[in-house]
Write a protein that binds this ligand. Sequence first.
Ligand SMILES: [Zn+2]
Length: 279
Amino acid sequence: MPRHLIDVHVHLNNYHESTRRPTVEHVQDLFSKMDEIGIDHAVVITSYKVDLDRPSVEELLETLADSPRVTVIEGLRWRGDARSDLFSLEERIRDGMVKGIKLYPGYDHYAINDPSLESVFRIAAKHDVPVMIHTGDTYSKTAKVRMAHPLLVDDVAVDYPDVRFVMCHLGNPWFQDAAEVLYKNDNVFADISGLTLGEFEYKFERYVAMRLKEMITYMGDPGKQLMYGTDWPLVHMKPYIKLLHELELTDEQLENVAWKTATRVFKIDEGVLGPPREA
Ligand SMILES: [Zn+2]
């Protein structure tokens, strides 16, 4: 096991009506799973929607009450009539409550290189916070997957060189395009979250590990840009750790992918991670 482990991609939403429960119970569940598995810190991402199943960023911040175990990233709604208010977003970032922005191209019908996003990227650059981007497959039939293609991230990476971008889910299934964007741009990072749902099925786990290893061969040092993340609770935390070990990383690469790169991208103080595990 690496000395620390940071999960850079978790949610506190309800995904099934049958298991709907208050946000405070999701938080308790998150912390107990983190204890059980040895996750030192989690990056919690709010949804692009606020409804009965998706708590608002205000509600999440209140429930999490400045816990040093989590970093909060605010999901933006960029289409429709309930669009996010950039003034309040910027206030929360300025006050250090929110540590980054998440965009959901595809789910929300826009592409990441849509010119209207300039105002969002300016806020990120001004306050030096990362922009996470959903890339690749969507869990929703009403999403437009072409708009979530990872190759489009290259456009904004070039146009906004002082913004750190994080491609979520490695553009699944366009891994090769994601690898090119990562290789080419030093300001683009990626998390390896959400490459399955629930538990890994053996055949699919082999497939994903193989594709990831191909990417790493192409792009070079994975520790430079890849970060560990799950997409919990859509993905179960425990089986996902296996994926990290199947990548056959060197010790140094493993430490980077497991937590070090995340501390730099999200500016997480090493002090909040607790004592390091023995090698
Ligand atoms: Zn997610």
